[in-house]
Design a protein. Sequence first.
Length: 95
Amino acid sequence: MPKYFSKLLGLITVFLFFPAQLLAEDASKLVMVVDTRKLTGIEAWWGGLYNEGHLEFAIITAITVPVIGVILGTLGDLVMSHLGIDLKNRALAEH
């Protein structure tokens, strides 16, 4: 059973990670762009950044995601502390 499962998992992985090479007739003709015609503001900027250069998009995304995570985590801790939930004490309330 594990032998068949590993082969199935390998096949699923190939189909998930290489769809352009497996399913397209000529993968070099594929163009990945964002349709920015109806976008405005930061969404238009973000889509334009993706269309112009994937490296800059990846770097800004890699920096932005953790920063937003820290901000949202801090805000969540602040809200929970105002609600009376003590996150600094690891002792269980049940005895």
